[in-house]
Design a protein around this ligand. Structure first.
Ligand code: HOZ
Length: 431
C-alpha cells in the first residue's frame, strides 16, 4: 500500500468505523491496510498511489461489463441530466422491470428497492404475511444482507470476521430463524418433519456465493422446491450474486427450479445501488399499495440506477456473453488449480459456471464447515502475493472471483502466470 492510501486510511479511521463503509473492504481477514481506489476502467482499478490493478472483485459482482462501460456511463449521464430523483413513477422503472420479467419468468411482478438487504428483508416479510407463519429457514454460510432475522450463521463479512451473529440483534429477532447446513437435505427434511406447519419460507442462495462459491448439490434445490410446496411454505431464491451473473436468467434458469420469490441486487443496476424482489403475481399483489404488506422507499426505482441497469442488461442480453464469461472463468479456475498442483499447494476450486472460488483446502468444499476449515493464512499469503503482482482478488477466502467481459484471455493467462509464482511462495511458507 502506498503513502497516499495510508494517509487516507489514517484519516478514514478517524471518521468511519474501521475506516470503511462495509467491513470486508478493511482487509481484516488478510491483514494490512486497504488501498484506496481513485478511478476504474475496464478490468482495472487505479489506486490513489498511481498503481493499476487487475480487478477480480468487480465491486463484488455487478460489473459484468467491466468498470465504466461506455454504454452504462452514457445512460447514467443522460439520466442525470434529466433529473436525479423524481419521487414519482418513471418510464425507466417500467423498462427495467419488463427486462427482468422477460429474463426471469418466475418474476411475474417486481418491486425495486435500493439494496439486496432491502430485497431479502422485504421478501421474508411478504412470505410471513402470505403464509401467516413465522419460521424462516436459512442455510449456514449463506448471506442475505444485514437483515436482523437473517444474521444467523451468515457468510460474507460475518464469516470473514468470525461473527456468528451480531450484538444489537435481539433474541426475539432471530427466534423465528432456523439455520441448516447448506446441501444438507436430510437436515431440511428432518426440520420440515418436525416443524413443517410453522415454516413461512426457505431462503437460499441457489449457488452459495458468500462462503466462497459452493454450488448446490445435484437435486438439492429441486428437493427444497418439493418440500416447501408439500408443506405450504415459500421458496425464496437470493439471486443477488447469481442473478444475471451466472446466466441472463440467473441460477434459476440454469437449475430449472422455479422459486416463489426472487431477490436481486446490484447486478440489475449495473453497479449502482439497486435491489429488487419479485415473484408470483398472487404474492406480489399483497405488497402495498396493491395489498397490505407495507414496504416503501423514496429512492426506489431511482432513475440513474434504472438507466444504468437497462444499459447493462441490454449489453448482457447479446448472444455469446455468458459463453465468453464462462470460458474465461473456466480458464482461470483451471489455470489456478494446475498452478497450485504443480507447486504442491492443496487447492479445491469450486466453480459454478461464471463464478468460482479457489479454496485452500485439500478436500472438497460443499458447506460452510468445510469452507471454514480452509487455510486462511495461505489465502492471505496468496492475496498479498497477487496484490504485489498487480492483481486484486477478494480480501477474504469467503468470497468469489468475478470476471468481467472487459477481461480477456491474455489477462487471464497473465493472472495464471502470476498465481504460479505466488503459489510457489505459499508452498514455501507452508514448509
Ligand atoms: N459478499 C458481500 C456481498 N455479497 C461483499 C460486499 C460487502 O459486504 O461489502
Amino acid at each position: 500500500m502506498g503513502d497516499r492510501s495510508h494517509q487516507l486510511y489514517t484519516r478514514a479511521i478517524e471518521l468511519m468505523p474501521g475506516g470503511v463503509n462495509s467491513p470486508v473492504r478493511a482487509f481484516g481477514a488478510v491483514g494490512g491496510e486497504p488501498f484506496f481506489t481513485a478511478r476504474a476502467a475496464g478490468p482495472y482499478l487505479y489506486t490513489e498511489d498511481g498503481e493499476r490493478l487487475v480487478d477480480y472483485v468487480s465491486s463484488w459482482g455487478p460489473l459484468i461489463l467491466g468498470h465504466a462501460h461506455p454504454a452504462v456511463v452514457a445512460a447514467i449521464t443522460e439520466a442525470a441530466a434529466n433529473g436525479t430523483s423524481f419521487g414519482t413513477p418513471s418510464r425507466l422503472e417500467v423498462e427495467l422491470a419488463a427486462r427482468i420479467q422477460a429474463a426471469m419468468p418466475s418474476v411475474e411482478r417486481i418491486r425495486m428497492v435500493n439494496s439486496g438487504t432491502e430485497a431479502t428483508m422485504s421478501a421474508i416479510r411478504l412470505a410471513r404475511a402470505a403464509t401467516g407463519r413465522s419460521l424462516i429457514v436459512k442455510f449456514i454460510g449463506c448471506y442475505h444482507g444485514h437483515v436482523d432475522a437473517l444474521m444467523v450463521s451468515a457468510g460474507s463479512g460475518m464469516a470473514t470476521l468470525g461473527i456468528p451473529s451480531s450484538p444489537g440483534v435481539t433474541e426475539a429477532a432471530v427466534a423465528d430463524t432456523v439455520a441448516v447446513a447448506y446441501n444438507d437435505l436430510a437436515g431440511v427434511q428432518a426440520l420440515f418433519a418436525q416443524r413443517g406447519p410453522e415454516v413461512a419460507a426457505v431462503i437460499v442462495e441457489p449457488v452459495a456465493g458468500n462462503m466462497g462459491v459452493v454450488p448446490a448439490a445435484d437435486g438439492f434445490l429441486a428437493a427444497l422446491r418439493q418440500l416447501t410446496t408439500e408443506h405450504g411454505a415459500l421458496l425464496i431464491f437470493d439471486e443477488v450474486i447469481t442473478g444475471f451473473r451466472v446466466a441472463y436468467g440467473g441460477a434459476q434458469a440454469r437449475c430449472d427450479v422455479t422459486p416463489d420469490l426472487t431477490c436481486l441486487g446490484k447486478v440489475i443496476g449495473g453497479g449502482l445501488p439497486v435491489g429488487a424482489y419479485g415473484g408470483r403475481r398472487d404474492l406480489m399483489e399483497m405488497v402495498a399499495p396493491a395489498g397490505k404488506v407495507y414496504q416503501a422507499g423514496t429512492l426506489s426505482g431511482n432513475p440513474l440506477a434504472m438507466a444504468a441497469g437497462i444499459a447493462a442488461l441490454d449489453q448482457l442480453v447479446q448472444p455469446g456473453t455468458y459463453g465468453r464469461l464462462e470460458e474465461m472463468a473456466s480458464m482461470l479456475a483451471d489455470g489456478l488449480a494446475e498452478a497450485a498442483r504443480v507447486n504442491g499447494v492443496p487447492l479445491a476450486v469450486n466453480r459454478a459456471w461464471t463464478i468460482f472460488t479457489p479454496f485452500f483446502s485439500p478436500g472438497p468444499v460443499r458447506d460452510f464447515s468445510q469452507a471454514q476449515a480452509c487455510s486462511r493464512p495461505s489465502y492471505a499469503r496468496y492475496f498479498h502475493g497477487m496484490l504485489d503482482q498487480g492483481v486484486f482478488m477478494a480480501p477474504s477466502q469467503f468470497e468469489a472471483v468475478f470476471i468481467s467481459l472487459a477481461h480477456d484471455p491474455a489477462l487471464i493467462e497473465r493472472t495464471v502466470a502470476a498465481s504460479r509464482q505466488v503459489f510457489a511462495q505459499v508452498a514455501e511458507s507452508q514448509i
